[in-house]
Design a protein. Structure first.
Length: 68
């Protein structure tokens, strides 16, 4: 449930377009990290990854690059 609050605050602070960009980028980053973890054997398919660090990474990337 904490993810929802973080995304809500992100949306209120940055607007729809930038929030959508951050969410899309964070989902891609999470998927690639998950696939790499499965490929190298450090996690199984049923394991979960924390989402907020990827949202933060995507947010910082979007703010630095000025995209979205």
């Amino acid at each position: 449930m904490g993810d929802v609050y973080v995304v809500l605050l992100l949306g209120l602070m940055t607007g729809f377009e930038r929030t959508f960009t951050v969410l899309f980028l964070s989902m891609v980053m999470t998927a690639l990290t998950g696939l790499a973890c499965i490929a190298f054997g450090s996690r199984k398919k049923k394991d979960s990854l924390p989402y907020i660090p990827f949202v933060l990474g995507a947010f910082v990337s979007v703010m630095i690059l000025g995209r979205g």
